[in-house]
Design a protein around this ligand. Sequence first.
Ligand SMILES: [Zn+2]
Length: 74
Amino acid sequence: MEEMKCPTCGCQSFYVKDPSDEHEIYVFTCPEGEVCFEAEISVAEAPQVEDDTETYCNNCSWHDSFKKVKIDFK
Ligand SMILES: [Zn+2]
């Protein structure tokens, strides 16, 4: 099973920025390789996370495209 972790610190919590407002962030985890947004984020407002979506670690300064997290921890 895929387990997604930050390549730098091992944190399993990430966030993406709103494409139209970079002060708006959406925190998610990937318990089974599936993007799982926090409960208070409704499906309607959650942004689409694609392979090339810039993804940020919630714990350290690491960020890269979403597919890098998946590739590093397959
Ligand atoms: Zn990290």
